[in-house]
Design a protein around this ligand. Structure first.
Ligand code: ADP
Ligand code: MG
Length: 569
C-alpha cells in the first residue's frame, strides 16, 4: 500500500464551531440522514454528468446499500454515484464543511429529476458523532481516476491511500464508538431509514430488502394526481384514520420554494389540535415533526408534509418565528387554504357544509388572528339559521345554476345551503334577506339549549335567528361587531326590540275583576315573587297574531346587564 498523502484536515474555525455545537445538542441518529442524503446527491450528480455527456456508464440502476457488521462494529453506506477523485476528497472532505453542492449545480443545471440536497444539516462530519473512525472508499466517474481510501479517527489527522475499488461510487464505513452500537441493530436502522429516508428518490437496500419505496407525490404536479392518489398518501402517512375532509397542494418556486400537501382531518376527540402534525422535509429528507412556526397557528389541526429548502434548519425556534421568509411561507399556506375553501364553496356547497362543521372553528380562529386570512374568507363564513332555505320547497325560489365546472346545482335564490332540514347562510345573505323587516340587525342565539324558548319566540314572530353557539363564537361575535359597526347584533335573550313588541299597550285586555291590564298583573306577580319592588320590570306584549303561540311570559335581561353577567360568570 502506497501512502499518497498524509496531512492535516483544514478546519475553518468559522465552519467547525456550529458543527461541534450542533452535535452536542442534536440527536445522534441524524448522522445516517446526512450520509444517505450525500449518497442520494452523489447519484443525482452522476445522472447530471451523464446527461451532459461526460459519463456513458450505467445510471439506470441507482442504489444505496446499508450494511451493519456487528463483529467489527462497522456500519457502511455505499452508493453508485459520482464518486470522488483524490483531489476532490482533499477539497471537499478535508476542508470541513466545504460543500460541492453549489459549485456543482452551477456547472450542471440540466438533467436531474431531483434537486441536490446539499447544504443540509451537519453534513459529512456528523458521522463523527457516533463513529470513532470514518473511512471513505471511492472511485470517481472521471476517466483515468484512481480509487482512493481516506481514513480519519476524528482527530484533525487523516490518511489518504490508494484503493483497489473497481466500481464508480463511494462507500462510507463507520467504526462505531462503543456507546453507539445501537446503530448496528437491524430494527434501529430500519426505523431510522423509515423516518428520515422514506421518500428519498433512490432505493435504499438493507439486509437484501429495499426499505423505502414511497414516491414523494408532493413534488408531482397536481394535474397528474387523482383524488385517490391524495387519499392513498394520507392513508400511508396516517394509517387507520378517517379520510381527510379536504386537502391543498402547495407548490411554488418563487419567492421561495415549497412543495407539500396539507390535509384537514376529520376532527375527533383524540385528534390533538394544539400540536402540529405536519412533517417537515427538506428536499425529500425528513427534518422534523414540528412545523409550528411555519404553519399559522389556526391551521394547526392540518396534517401532511411540507418540503422546502427555504426553511432555515439550524436556527432556533424563536428566530424562525421572526424570520421574514418563514412568515411569508405561513401567509402563503393560509392563502392556499383560503383559496381551496373558496373553490369548494363555489363548486360543491354540500361538501363545503360537511367540512364546515369541522373547519368552522378554525376558520373563525383565523378570522380573529390573521387580518389577511380574514379578508380572504370572510364571505365564506356560514351560520346555521332558523330560516328554511332548503331547495325544492318552492320552485320559484330556486334556480339551477351552472357552476364553473360542469355540475349543475340547486341553489336557493336567497342564498344559503340546506341539508337534512338544516339551513346555513352567510351574514351578507342574512342581511339582504331581512333588510325590509329589520335593516342592519342580526338576531342570534348563543346557546341553542338554554335559549330555545327565545329562539321559538323570534321564529313565531317571523324573525330569522342565526346560531353563533360554538365555543369560539363568544369571542368571534365581538370581532364581527367590530368589523360590522353598522350592524346591531342582538342576542335572542336580550331586551326585546321594536320588531317583537307591539308597543301598543292600550290594546291590552283589561281584567274586569282587578281593573288592571295583563301587563300590570304580570309585573305585580314578578315583583311579589322576587320580593324586589324596586326592580324595574317592564312588560311588553308581542306583535302580531303569532303572539298567542309564544310562551306566555318571559324574563329578559337588558343587553348591558346580560354582558356584565356573562363576563362575571
Ligand atoms: P453537503 O452535502 O452540504 O455538500 P457534506 O459535508 O455533507 O456537505 O459533504 C461535503 C462534500 O463531500 C459534498 O459536497 C460532496 O462533494 C462530498 N461527498 C460527501 N459524500 C459523498 C458521496 N457519497 N459521494 C460523493 N461525494 C460525496
Ligand atoms: Mg451533505
Amino acid at each position: 500500500m502506497t501512502v499518497l498523502e498524509k496531512g492535516n484536515i483544514t478546519i475553518h474555525t468559522e465552519n467547525i464551531f456550529p458543527i461541534i455545537k450542533k452535535s452536542l445538542y442534536s440527536a445522534h441518529e441524524i448522522f445516517l440522514r446526512e450520509l444517505v442524503s450525500n449518497a442520494v446527491d452523489a447519484i443525482e450528480k452522476l445522472k447530471m454528468v451523464s446527461y451532459a455527456g461526460e459519463f456513458d456508464g450505467d445510471t439506470d440502476h441507482p442504489k444505496i446499500v446499508i450494511k451493519a457488521d456487528k463483529d467489527n462494529k462497522t456500519l457502511s453506506i455505499s452508493d453508485n454515484g459520482i464518486g470522488m477523485t483524490a483531489d476532490e476528497v482533499k477539497k471537499y472532505i478535508n476542508q470541513v464543511a466545504f460543500s460541492s453542492a453549489e459549485e456543482f449545480v452551477q456547472k450542471y443545471s440540466g438533467g436531474a429529476d431531483q434537486p441536490i440536497i446539499g447544504h443540509f444539516g451537519l453534513g459529512f462530519y456528523s458521522s463523527f458523532i457516533v463513529a470513532k473512525t470514518v473511512e471513505i472508499d471511492t472511485l470517481s466517474y472521471k476517466e483515468g481516476s484512481e480509487a482512493v481510501h481516506w481514513i480519519c479517527d476524528g482527530s484533525p489527522e487523516f490518511e489518504l491511500t490508494e484503493s483497489d475499488r473497481q466500481d464508480v461510487g463511494t462507500t462510507i464505513t463507520l467504526t462505531l464508538q462503543d456507546e453507539e452500537t445501537e446503530y448496528l441493530e437491524s430494527p434501529r436502522i430500519r426505523q431510522l431509514v423509515k423516518t428520515y429516508c422514506d421518500f428519498m428518490p433512490v432505493p435504499i437496500e438493507f439486509e437484501g430488502e429495499i426499505l423505502n419505496e414511497q414516491p414523494a407525490i408532493w413534488r408531482k404536479s397536481p394535474s397528474n394526481l387523482t383524488d385517490e392518489d391524495y387519499l392513498e398518501f394520507y392513508r400511508y402517512l396516517y394509517p387507520f384514520q378517517e379520510e381527510p375532509l379536504l386537502w391543498v397542494h402547495l407548490k411554488t418556486d418563487y419567492p421561495f420554494e415549497i412543495n407539500g400537501i396539507l390535509y384537514f382531518p376529520k376532527l375527533k376527540p383524540d385528534v390533538d389540535v394544539t400540536k402540529g402534525n405536519i412533517k417537515l422535509f427538506c428536499n425529500h429528507v425528513f427534518v422534523s415533526d414540528h412545523c409550528e412556526e411555519i404553519v399559522p397557528q389556526f391551521l394547526m389541526p392540518m396534517r401532511g408534509v411540507i418540503d422546502s429548502p427555504d426553511i432555515p434548519l439550524n436556527v432556533s425556534r424563536s428566530a424562525l418565528q421572526v424570520d421574514r421568509k418563514v412568515r411569508k411561507i405561513a401567509d402563503f399556506i393560509a392563502k392556499k387554504v383560503a383559496d381551496r375553501l373558496k373553490e369548494l364553496y363555489k363548486e360543491d356547497k354540500p361538501q363545503y357544509l360537511k367540512c364546515w362543521k369541522d373547519l368552522g372553528t378554525f376558520v373563525k380562529f383565523g378570522y380573529i388572528n390573521d387580518e389577511k386570512f380574514k379578508k380572504q374568507i370572510e364571505d365564506l363564513i356560514i351560520y346555521k339559521t332558523t330560516a328554511d332555505l332548503s331547495a325544492g320547497d318552492s320552485d320559484s325560489a330556486n334556480v339551477q345554476v351552472e357552476t364553473e365546472g360542469d355540475a349543475w346545482q340547486d341553489v336557493n335564490a336567497d342564498g344559503g345551503i340546506s341539508q337534512n332540514g338544516e339551513s346555513y347562510t352567510t351574514l351578507a345573505e342574512y342581511l339582504e334577506r331581512n333588510k325590509e323587516r329589520h335593516e342592519n340587525r342580526v338576531y342570534y342565539c348563543s346557546d341553542a339549549v338554554t335559549q330555545a324558548t327565545y329562539v321559538e319566540l323570534h321564529k313565531n314572530q317571523g324573525l330569522e335567528v342565526l346560531f353563533l353557539d360554538s365555543f369560539i363564537d363568544t369571542h368571534f361575535i365581538s370581532y364581527l361587531e367590530r368589523d360590522h359597526s353598522d350592524v346591531k347584533f342582538s342576542r335572542v335573550d336580550s331586551e326585546l326590540d321594536e320588531n317583537l313588541v307591539s308597543g301598543d299597550s292600550d290594546s291590552e285586555i283589561v281584567d274586569p275583576n282587578t281593573n288592571k291590564t295583563r301587563s300590570e298583573q304580570v309585573k305585580e306577580l314578578f315583583e311579589t315573587a322576587l320580593n324586589k319592588p324596586k326592580l324595574t320590570i317592564r312588560t311588553e306584549s308581542l306583535k302580531g297574531d303569532n303572539a298567542q303561540a309564544s310562551p306566555p311570559a318571559m324574563v329578559l335581561l337588558p343587553e348591558a346587564m346580560r354582558r356584565l353577567r356573562d363576563m362575571t360568570a
